[in-house]
Design a protein around this ligand. Structure first.
Ligand SMILES: *[C@@H]1O[C@H](CO)[C@@H](O)[C@H](O)[C@H]1NC(C)=O
Length: 314
């Protein structure tokens, strides 16, 4: 087979679930609802925390950052995905694909580190309550936040420029819902072996290490919970922990399977499903799991609501 000119690919086509047109129709409505709920849930959290001075402590400021990341992550992926689901063949320009991959890696990477920092914060608060204010002081907190964002930016910059420095000689059909590293890499006509080694090590550092630290933190937290005197307190703390762990495992687990071997032999359809798990479910569930179950957040929400009612009645 003769190779086409390297510059032949000027745009990509996102196939979505075009093998299953009926499914696409149903998914469109379903994903639209998920998108709107995600935006609303996370916006409420950002809003409540910035308005309520008593919530300006590390735990909530972390959550606020997480919600900003989740909103941005969804906004990078969902609008284009809804277009992909509602048409048969959606094109995306070279630059558009670059930008989407860049921001997915930026917000995805930042989320990985933020979740890790949040688990450490809970570990310090629950297992070392007396020295907690000293451990999580303003400076250390700001460092953790800054580290998360800078790491996200670095990962995105290195990985995206590397992937797009490969030649693409066609075909240009991406069998996926958005421009993510593994399906785009499959279209490249160069030897990507070195990149795959980088991706393997990178994923271990960015996904596995935070995940193991989180597991470790929660194991320590669980031991602390078991020593609690009150049974109801124990149950409540346990259920909080379990829901955090579920969400974290879902996110890191599916991200791992996607990125650990970018050219792995999973079928395209199962790759799409794994990507959906961490791009769709995580931003949707985070507000519910981390914030809206929380008593302080509920109190702040109620206060805000009452203030609004008072304003309306004058
Ligand atoms: C993250 O939290 C820090 C500290 O509260 C804040 O200064 C920063 O603006 C937040 N970042 C975003 C994107 O919300």
């Amino acid at each position: 087979m003769k190779r086409q000119n390297q510059s032949s690919v000027i745009e990509f086509i996102l196939l979505g679930f075009s093998n299953f047109p009926k499914l696409q129709e149903h998914l469109f409505g379903f994903f639209l609802v998920i998108y709107l709920v995600t935006l609303m849930g996370n916006a409420i959290i950002v809003f409540i925390i910035s308005l309520d001075q008593s919530l300006h402590i590390p735990m909530y400021l972390f959550l606020q950052n997480l919600s900003v990341v989740d909103v941005s992550f969804s906004a990078v992926i969902m609008p284009k995905m809804l277009v992909v689901l509602s048409t048969e063949k959606t094109t995306i320009s070279f630059v558009g694909c670059f930008a989407q991959m860049y921001f997915i890696l930026l917000f995805g990477g930042t989320e990985c580190f933020l979740l890790g920092a949040m688990a450490y914060d809970r570990f310090a608060a629950i297992c070392h309550p007396l020295s907690y204010p000293m451990i999580m002081n303003k400076r250390f907190f700001m460092k953790l936040i800054l580290f998360s964002w800078v790491s996200g930016i670095m990962v995105a910059t290195v990985q995206t420029t590397w992937v797009f420095s490969f030649p693409f000689c066609g075909p240009n059909e991406i069998n996926h819902l958005f421009c993510e590293t593994p399906p785009v890499l499959e279209l490249s006509c160069a030897d990507t072996f070195l990149f795959e080694i980088y991706a393997f090590t990178g994923t271990i550092l960015i996904v596995m290490v935070p995940f193991l630290l989180i597991l470790l933190s929660y194991i320590r937290v669980l031991f602390a919970i078991l020593k609690m005197p009150s049974a109801t307190g124990r149950q409540k703390a346990f259920s909080t922990c379990a829901s955090h762990l579920t969400s974290v495992t879902l996110f890191y687990g599916t991200a791992n399977m996607t990125y650990l071997q970018p050219k792995s032999g999973y079928s395209p359809e199962s790759k799409k499903l794994m990507s959906l798990a961490y791009t769709l479910l995580t931003p949707l569930l985070n507000p519910l799991i981390y914030s809206l179950r929380n008593t302080e957040m509920k109190r702040a929400l109620k206060k805000l609501w009452q203030r609004k009612m008072v304003l309306h009645s004058v």
